[in-house]
Ligand binder design. Structure first.
Ligand SMILES: Cc1cc2nc3c(=O)[nH]c(=O)nc-3n(C[C@H](O)[C@H](O)[C@H](O)COP(=O)(O)O)c2cc1C
Ligand SMILES: [Mn+2]
Length: 478
């Protein structure tokens, strides 16, 4: 992470703040203003009462998010996965150059699995009995928050049955010096491992990394299928194996270059009230019962940097993490939903509340088919409003989307209302984790869909007249 901070500082995208600031609320108010105005990453060097600096908003622009994922520009993200997919599944490469390029891509993919190393900077300082979370400038983000929260953690767990790793970003509430609340929600990887450990009545070991190479932090937020290891995915994105070291008190590997590692365990039947917490929906997620992590060790660099973020009323820094997922995963979704042209989950609608998809519609009912596909695909299952438009509609342009939805739908005919799993943060559904969804078919309707009237064409000027006016523009006196 520190290399990345140096890199973005050289690009003029990191601001150091040496004025003393309070970790309770003050850092939030500053960061919120900077995030909402598209400002730089911030490094608070003087958090009152702490020696350790606090980095925030590292991902808070398209440019920084692209750099974090190893590309120069946002529109290259889609190609990251597409390139490999077309190699694996597309037509064989043509010509000598095509073959050489393909070979080098394949060789890269062969080197992406994580690699265990004997030592790493994240263990320069090892504390066990004397480990304390109170050494770190962990923020209280919003006035009604129940306490201090680690907001950008990578939570490492193993499936007790298969031994498979999961890495997820789940906020952690600091209960006291050595106890943490684990806010992994019902549908997430960490929760599924916990469920299995409860079933086996086994204690579950956990490691948490705070402040990692940005591509690893991103990978922990990515909605990967359960059996895909986030560290392999990160290796794929950085085109190099992630180096990992074994923890001191638990049998888990963590990224060797991390700033801070927290080790510990969760007892299978111990729950404690976690929350409320000012969440990315823009409202507080209410208190609920979650498992408790008992810290057995904290290891860190000699001079660690504490990495943080805030979530709250959108848009925030996480708009770019979610936005990157939208771009990166589009080619993967297309494998299953081949008619999909583009998809957009507006950050302003907290991602899961709205999904807008454009499709190449060729047969009756296809828009509804795509709605159900979206409701059946990983974390897209949470999409509360799904809007389907035709291929020529720019789903990133909400004005255009509204124009089509307003013009193209007969609400009595073109909506699909269903029930299914709801995001744990959903508060409007009558029951937690279960609620309603609506799909809106804003495509042009076909006769076989019960539309027997003529469909009016869009208003478009002829190319001939456009060319004529182009040619004479100055002559008109503009
Ligand atoms: C800043 C941030 C905070 C998050 N906090 C939580 C959280 O507290 N609980 C949760 O279940 N998911 C949280 N998420 C979403 C998960 O990280 C995301 O769903 C991820 O794909 C989960 O990975 P998994 O499928 O391996 O569980 C957060 C995401 C971000 C970007
Ligand atoms: Mn996972």
């Amino acid at each position: 992470m520190r290399d990345f901070l140096n890199f973005i500082e050289k690009k003029g995208q990191l601001k150091r703040i040496s004025a003393p600031v309070d970790r309770d609320l003050e850092v939030t108010e500053i960061s919120d203003r900077v995030m909402k105005s598209g400002g730089p990453a911030l490094l608070f060097e003087n958090v009152r009462g702490f020696d350790i600096p606090l980095a925030i908003n590292v991902f808070g622009s398209r440019e920084r998010m692209s750099w974090a994922l190893g590309v120069d520009a946002w529109d290259e993200l889609e190609g990251r996965i597409d390139r490999v997919l077309s190699l694996a599944l597309g037509p064989p490469p043509k010509g000598m150059l095509g073959k050489v390029n393909a070979l080098s891509e394949i060789l890269k993919v062969g080197r992406i699995g994580p690699k265990e190393v004997g030592s790493g900077p994240c263990q320069e300082v090892v504390k066990t009995d004397d480990a304390s979370l109170y050494e770190f400038p962990i923020m209280k983000c919003w006035p009604e928050d129940a306490g201090h929260y680690i907001t950008l953690p990578l939570v490492f767990t193993h499936d007790p049955n298969t031994g498979k790793r999961n890495v997820g970003m789940y906020r952690l509430q600091v209960f006291d010096e050595r106890t943490i609340g684990m806010h992994w929600q019902l549908h997430k990887g960490g929760m599924s491992h916990y469920r299995e450990s409860v079933r086996a009545a086994k204690r579950m070991e956990i490691a948490v990394a705070v402040g990692t190479e940005p591509v690893l932090t991103y990978a922990a937020t990515a909605p990967l299928p359960p059996d895909i290891d986030e560290m392999v995915f990160a290796g794929f994105l950085r085109e190099k194996a992630v180096e990992m070291v074994r923890c001191k008190t638990v049998d888990l590997l963590v990224p060797a270059d991390s700033e801070i590692i927290i080790e510990g365990y969760v007892n299978p039947s111990e729950l404690r009230t976690e929350g409320p917490f000012g969440d990315h929906t823009g409202v507080y997620s209410l208190a609920d019962e979650y498992p408790v992590l008992h810290v057995t060790a904290i290891t860190h660099r000699h001079d660690p940097i504490y990495a943080s973020t805030i979530v709250g009323k959108p848009p925030m820094e996480d708009a770019f993490l979610g936005g990157a997922t939208e771009r990166l995963f589009l080619p993967l979704i297309r494998l299953m939903v081949p008619e999909l042209v583009d998809i957009h989950l507006p950050a302003g609608a907290a991602f899961h509340n709205f999904a807008i998809a454009s499709i190449r519609k060729r047969y009756p009912g296809q828009a509804r088919k795509v709605m159900h596909a979206i409701w059946g695909l990983g974390q897209l299952m949470f999409s509360k409003f799904v809007i389907i438009v035709d291929e020529d509609v720019d789903v990133q342009n909400l004005r255009e989307v509204l124009w089509r939805v307003g013009n193209n739908t007969d609400p009595a005919r073109d909506v699909e209302i269903v029930k299914g799993p709801a995001d744990t943060l959903e508060h409007a559904s009558p029951e937690p984790n279960y609620g309603g969804k609506i799909g809106i078919d804003a495509t042009i309707k076909m006769p076989a869909e019960g539309h027997h009237r003529e469909w009016p064409p869009d208003i478009v000027m002829t190319q001939e007249i456009k060319d004529l006016v182009d040619g004479r523009w100055e002559e008109y006196g503009f």
